[in-house]
Design a protein. Structure first.
Length: 276
């Protein structure tokens, strides 16, 4: 296990992040006394300077949130295959030989969260949105066997980007107008990757028997769309499911040991949200 003992989450804005609660709970449960996990407000312009100021002998790694998941890539020595495919790094590890390595735990985190709820394979699916999280969702759906994914977008440029990513992943990407987003829930699984309130209007136009919904928001929760789907008997996952599963994989990378304890990390996240 690594002798490094510091980790943190970077992003902007960052005050709302649950990551310190999750990782501190994991370190405590793993008996890692002396390990710390902090949060730092860092934007794209400030990222190179922040990295340059670190004593990497002390640092195990970093978690990255928006807007840094792509901005970090040119500053790394090595980027893992999954992170390279989706052009998004959410985890940096400082190795013993002085290298900065980038990883993506969002993709396997999505997969593991779905498998925990009994969704281990899908043939077709839908994605609401087309940003960095949507790219990770598309990669996760590819791992689950999806051969066709319909992406509901506002921007033709984003639609083209998702289509190109689909080609790399071996998934046929169809695009549909954002206004038709309620139709996404006719698919066996829909992943919603949009900001708070963006899908509220779809809640009143759902199919009679919507498929499963993975809404990556966690506050406020439930979203109107999530609540409407749950009321109709659909399986619903939320952003905390993703946060917990990707965090325990980050802990494994940070410590060079085993994944963080899922139950302890989830309980910490639930407790933190209860106070908001």
């Amino acid at each position: 296990m690594t002798s490094k003992h510091r980790a943190a989450v970077l992003g902007s804005p960052i005050a709302h992040s649950l990551s310190p609660d999750l990782h501190r709970a994991a370190f405590a449960a793993l008996g890692l006394t002396g390990w710390t996990y902090e949060r730092f407000e860092v934007d794209e312009a400030g990222l190179p300077g922040f990295l340059a100021g670190l004593d990497e002998a002390e640092w195990a790694g970093l978690s990255l949130t928006m807007p840094l998941k792509r901005a970090i890539i040119p500053l790394l020595d090595e980027v893992g295959d999954t992170a390279r495919a989706v052009e998004a790094v959410n985890t940096v590890v400082f190795t013993a030989d002085g290298r900065r390595t980038g990883h993506n735990t969002d993709v396997p985190g999505l997969v593991n969260a779905l498998r925990e709820r009994g969704i281990g394979e899908v043939a077709t699916a839908a994605v609401l949105g087309a940003g960095a999280t949507a790219a990770s969702a598309l990669a996760a759906l590819a791992r689950l066997g999806a051969h066709e994914v319909t992406v509901y977008v506002r921007s033709p440029e984003r639609a083209r980007e998702m289509a190109v990513l689909g080609e790399r992943l071996g998934v046929a990407v169809r695009t549909a107008d954002w206004a038709l987003g309620a139709e996404a829930l006719a698919h066996p699984l829909t992943v919603s990757t949009t900001p708070a309130g963006a899908t509220d209007g779809f809640a009143d136009a759902l199919p009679a028997a919507p498929g499963a919904l993975f809404d990556v928001l966690y506050h406020p929760w439930p979203t109107r769309l999530a609540a409407a789907c749950a009321d109709r008997g659909a399986t619903v996952l939320g952003g905390l499911d993703l946060l917990v599963h990707q965090a325990v994989l980050q802990d494994e990378l940070f410590t060079g040991g085993t994944p963080g304890p899922l139950a302890a990390v989830r309980a910490a996240g639930e407790a933190a949200l209860a106070t908001r």
